[in-house]
Write a protein that binds this ligand. Structure first.
Ligand code: SF4
Length: 322
């Protein structure tokens, strides 16, 4: 398997990079710290960038009655920061260049990507709804097929695994987009065959046909359609039943070599995964041991078996299947 390319990730600055929260504190995050050994970061703090200072009075999103517009207001001063924030968003985007993903601070009226409280006014009133923050919403709108998550959701094992899988594919996709030749697209499709089988069989077949009908195609045009399909294919996390199908397919490569007891042990592990008693990494590890032992070269190159650095596998889970 090819070694991993370093993704470039935009991370909210308060997640362990600086004491820039409203109260002058930071929020250390072990996952992001560990990820830093394998990724590069850009760390904006939108509220500091628009001149609110540290410490500062908190802001909130207000949606006035009969109006759809979201206004970012500093309640204590009644300062409307919406225009400043949108100017910051636009200039951040124009300076940004190529990136691979985003980890933003959850529930913040600026950085949040969901569950941010919306209020009808400033003052002591109950929220009237929830949604995206201004910067978080801007990122979601401008990077629709990118991995974008908040640090709270990343405590969930399945969400984190899906995020990391997409994140570490992004630099390879960028490289393919920049200077990939036809042979590189074919190789990429081949290496990701089982991963695509788990994520989206329908698109996997369409992409297979696209690559197979390559003779008359313009490479740049084909690359564009291929990459868009690929990003759509990996947008939603795979069902556990699809992972089981892929593992059964992989087992087929060893069916005439494995002892009966080995097969039974593997099927037991798969059943435990199906019941949610062990993580996917358990049956995957078994297949990896067969790949090494029997030198199965086609499976060895499959990203499905190690989509991101193994060192980042952490089975801790918030238990909140969000
Ligand atoms: S959530 Fe965003 S705006 Fe708020 S302190 Fe963190 S980085 Fe700054």
């Amino acid at each position: 398997m090819e070694s991993f390319l370093k993704p470039l990730v935009v991370v909210s600055r308060c997640l362990g990079f600086a004491k820039c929260r409203t109260n002058g504190e930071t929020i250390p995050n072990d996952f992001i710290k560990k990820l830093g050994e394998y990724a590069d970061f850009i760390t904006p703090c939108p509220e500091v960038e628009i001149g609110l200072g540290v410490p500062r009075k908190s802001v909130r999103i207000v949606i006035q009655k009969g109006c759809d517009e979201k206004i970012l207001v500093q309640s204590a001063t009644n300062l409307d920061c919406t225009e400043r924030m949108m100017n910051f968003c636009n200039s951040f985007l124009s300076d940004l260049g190529e990136v691979d993903g985003f980890i933003l601070k959850g529930q913040s009226p600026s950085c949040g990507i969901k569950n941010v409280k919306y209020y009808p006014s400033t003052g002591k009133v109950a929220p009237i709804g929830k949604g995206e923050g201004l910067f978080g919403g801007f990122i979601l709108k401008n990077f629709p097929l990118y991995p974008v998550e908040d640090e709270g959701r990343l405590k969930n094992f399945v969400i984190r695994e899906h995020f990391l899988t997409r994140l570490f594919l992004m630099p390879k996709i960028r490289r393919l987009k920049k200077d990939g030749k036809m042979k590189d697209i074919v190789k990429f499709q081949s290496e990701n065959k089982l991963l695509l089988m788990a994520y989206n069989q329908n698109l996997m077949r369409k992409m297979g046909k696209l690559v197979a009908n390559k003779k008359d195609s313009d490479v740049e045009e084909l690359k564009e359609s291929y990459i868009e399909m690929f990003l759509k294919a990996i947008e939603k996390k795979p069902k556990y039943t699809s992972n089981i199908n892929v593992l059964m397919h992989a087992l087929g490569y060893f069916k005439s070599i494995l002892e009966m007891e080995e097969k039974a042990f593997f099927l037991d592990s798969l059943e435990m995964y199906r019941k949610g008693k062990v993580p996917l990494s358990v049956p995957i590890h078994l297949v990896k041991s067969y790949i090494v032992k029997y030198k199965e070269e086609y499976l060895k190159m499959q990203t499905f078996f190690e989509p991101y650095p193994f060192d980042l596998v952490d089975i801790s889970d918030s238990g909140k299947g969000r």
